[in-house]
Write a protein of this length. Sequence first.
Length: 361
Amino acid sequence: MKSQDVITSKKDDARLENVLVLQGGGSLGAYECGVFKALHKRSIKFDIVAGTSIGAINASIITASKHDSPVKDLEDFWLTLIEKPIPSFPSQKFRSMLSSAYSSFYGNPNAFTAMWFNPWLFGSSFNHPYLYDTTPLKETLGEFVDFSKLKESGRPRLVVTSTDIKKGTRVVFDSRRHDIQIENILASIGYPFYGIAWTEINGRYFWDGALLNNTPLIAVMDASPKKDKNVFVTDLFPHEQDDLPKNMMESWHRARDIMFADKTQWAIEVSKRTENHIDLMQKMYDILQNSILDDKSKSKLEEIKKEYQRLVFEQGAVIRKITRIERKEDVHFLFEDADFSSETIRKLIEKGEKDTEQVLT
């Protein structure tokens, strides 16, 4: 999909921020690695990188790369997650089925372990509220990120979303306001429908941010309400599918795609209305300022001045432009996001890079 010019703002370009928004989607996150490779080749710099679930992991490596080479660290991370026992097969669907079955039983040694392989928990593993422990992912991620670097000048701002299990509300971890650590990233990935463990931080319990919104653009607008945005969004789940599902597995797959696909179009419409309202307020305020007013009216205008400035300059950010990079698929399989086979991961990276180049061209 090509770039979409949303707004031609009257505000100064100095107030414009480049934003990269990364969705959740399990192993499909390798596609986002390819997207970032292509954006990096174009020397596109980001002020904010936001993500949820696997997108939060990708975002953390991009913003806090331990070796000051986010492209290399991100790709090396994904190559580390490859399940080496899975051979290459001509059939993509069969490979995905085999790989996801392998993951579900054995886990992934660098990401999550099945609790039934823990001798202390074997007898009660299915009475637990989750089936997979993410300690290996914590150790793997630690090889590629150094969160102290988020404090360095010139580093992109990291915004990560999660879900408070007890309150059922969105939680945002923002490097501008929080001391983000690996636990905050893990708090974004606990997907209950796949049995991935939740994360506890200071007595609060967190699940995957995708449960509330898989495209955390609104979290960015809330976190940075002053500056207009030039947004790049990765869309891992296809909006459109020409053929109808043929069985229940394909029905669940299609429903899953619809639930997790990018739904920020309404945010764009809100952004348009916000810009119109701001323009109207500016015009009305200019007219009043340049009018001959009595003392009482001047006093009232002065009273509303602070509120006017707050709305226009502190909460008036709009989306100027949005560029979507959308993953397409040839095969429909419900557990494609649990396929960590070498061929699939490498192809996803390659496809993400190629699709991004086409969009930017």
